[in-house]
Design a protein. Structure first.
Lengths: 97, 489
């Protein structure tokens, strides 16, 4: 199922990205190229193979529930393009997620 | 009773989010402490800086296993994390770490008591681990402010089966969940402050219909009362739509407590496209049988079992036991008081129950404090009850002693001695006072002798006044009756 220009617009919208018409076409083409390449893998019979959720054969990596100091408020806000004394400032968003 | 068209049946499933009482966040070592200066409990991990790696908090796993085992869930031998992608300023990473295809717990249940002795089992589909988002403040005119402190605070999401058939059942279910998480000590259960949040999936159908109707999702029900009210409103709204030949639209609604209605969330049509995929930065969690066995051993007594034990062991009414076991800390307090009693007769246990449910809870409710912050140690309350039981003080004087204990934190014995509150049970001493009072009030004595025996209460009151409440009321009653009856001949 090839990627359409509508798919690209949909994904861009979800990521709050804006593209020009040329860019949309370019990405549609590129995504299709990638998926065609990946489609070769679909030819392999994997019915007897467990789906892989992680490439490293590791499990149970934990940290103890101990508080350690992080960044100061000043440092946390330092690189923000817009801020108040204590908050990050973003364009107005209304409504819930 | 039910406030909707009874030809219809509501079908409700609930998603409860419980904020866990860990010290540090789910995937980094920042503090979870509430009410801190904005953006001060943060680090590169929870700020979503590039190149950082999350590491799972062991307590998060232990807490969710406690919840899973307490609600009869199966524990997955292996579970994984997933990224739930959405774009919102309170989520700096652009995704929430959650669990999707392989949650750690699934297939459990809780039981709620619909009415005396009638229980209903409500299935739990799954319980999974995830992280909280930050807080956006929209009050400003132009901009939105973001506080990332809550980002990464561990949550568990408890998803029920669509087994709930009324707002009342929903209320009882959330209440049960709250009771369990607080018993387990994994969440403070405060709905108003958002430590416990509840969303509902609601649909209606004609009774006898086996297919589900179109459902809506109701959010923002941030108190127990609102769960019931919001669901009742939404059930009626859906029935009205169907009755007028319209369709229920699948959408997300927000409960507006001020207006008492639900309003459609101003949402984007693609809001539910979360594009889940496996979280590559976290390795699977493998839970062995030994691990679950070890957790099982540390689980506290189930609240319902504890209630039944209170009734059987202490012979207190079920009503009392329900209240006393509503919260683990209160049940622990009551049992500590019982342990301090010299004799644990049915009467004495009921006395302990009355004082715990009445006076102790009254202080807790009026002062709006947690049971654990109640200032009197249970040993002191028990000591005071022993003074009542032994006849040293009267129940009435005990009320004053209790107030003094709250003020001074001194032991009841010290207070009773200092203030000379010891009950007077010396018959000769009381008799002198009784005689004086009878001599002073001839008119009332005549009334009594003419058959108006209710004036006995007047004499009792006068005697108690004269002794500043210290006379043993039982002896006062007996003496007065004997003397007055004696004058009849």
């Amino acid at each position: 199922m090839p990627v359409t220009i509508e798919d690209v617009e949909h994904i861009a919208k979800l990521a709050r990205l804006e593209f020009s018409e040329e860019e949309k076409e370019k990405f549609t083409h590129q995504l299709n190229q990638i998926l065609t390449y990946m489609a070769q893998l679909n030819k392999i019979d994997t019915s007897a193979v467990e789906p892989l959720s992680h490439v490293i054969e590791l499990s149970n990596v934990f940290r103890p529930d101990v508080v350690k100091p992080g960044l100061t408020q000043e440092k946390a806000l330092k690189n923000a393009p817009a801020k108040t004394e204590k908050f990050f400032k973003v364009p107005k968003v209304i409504g819930e997620r | 009773m039910a406030m909707w068209d009874q030809r219809y049946e509501p079908v409700i499933g609930l998603e409860v989010h419980a904020q866990l009482l860990t010290q540090s966040k789910a995937f980094c070592s920042c503090s979870t402490k509430f009410g801190q200066d904005p953006n001060s409990n943060v680090c590169p991990v929870c700020l979503g800086m590039p190149g950082v790696l999350p590491v799972l908090n062991l307590s998060l796993v232990e807490f969710i296993l406690r919840m899973g085992l307490a609600t009869h869930c199966s524990v997955a031998p292996r579970s994984t994390f997933a990224r739930k992608n959405y774009f919102y300023p309170d989520l700096p990473k652009g995704y929430q770490i959650s669990q999707y295809e392989e949650p750690i717990c699934h297939g459990g249940y809780v039981e709620v008591e619909l009415e005396e002795g009638r229980w209903k089992r409500i299935g739990i589909t799954r319980i999974h681990m995830e992280e909280d988002a930050g807080k956006s403040i929209h009050d400003l005119d132009v901009d939105t402010l973001v506080d990332v402190n809550r980002c990464g605070v561990p949550l568990i999401e408890i998803v029920s089966e669509p087994d709930i058939r009324s707002p009342r059942e929903a209320y009882l279910y959330v209440h049960k969940i709250r009771q369990i998480v607080t018993y387990l000590g994994i969440c403070d259960g405060n709905m108003e402050e958002g430590s416990l949040r509840c969303d509902a999936n609601v649909s209606v159908r004609l009774k006898g219909e086996t297919k589900f109707g179109t459902k809506t999702e109701v959010k923002n029900m941030n108190s127990f009362r609102f769960v019931e009210k919001a669901l009742e409103y939404e059930i009626n709204r859906q029935i009205d739509l169907l009755e007028s030949g319209e369709q229920v639209v699948q959408e997300t609604l927000l409960w507006d407590a001020g207006q008492g209605i639900v309003l459609p969330m101003r949402s984007k049509e693609e809001a539910h496209d979360y594009r889940y995929f496996p979280e590559p930065d976290l390795v699977p969690v493998v839970v062995t049988q030994e691990w679950t066995d070890r957790i099982k051993e540390t689980l506290p007594e189930d609240p319902t079992e504890r209630r039944n034990r209170f009734v059987a062991e202490y012979n207190i009414p079920k009503y009392d036991a329900d209240i006393l076991t509503s919260e683990k800390a209160l049940a622990d307090y009551f049992e500590a008081v019982i342990r301090g009693l010299k004799t644990k007769s049915e009467e004495n246990c009921k006395l302990a129950s009355n004082w715990t449910m009445g006076d102790v809870l009254r202080v807790i409710n009026t002062e709006k404090i947690a049971v654990s912050d109640f200032p009197l140690p249970p040993a002191h309350l028990a000591e005071m009850l022993n003074l009542i039981i032994g006849g040293t003080i009267s129940g009435k004087i005990a009320k004053d002693v209790f107030e003094d204990m709250l003020k001074t934190r001194e032991s009841p014995k010290v207070i009773v001695e200092k203030k000379g509150l010891v009950q007077v049970s010396d018959i000769a001493a009381i008799e002198t006072i009784v005689d004086e009072i009878l001599a002073k009030n001839r008119q009332q004595v005549e009334s009594y002798l003419s058959g108006k025996t209710q004036v006995l209460g007047f004499f009792v009151g006068e005697t108690m006044k004269a002794t500043k409440g210290r006379a043993n009321p039982k002896i006062v009653n007996e003496l007065l009756r004997k003397k007055l009856e004696g004058r009849k001949e």
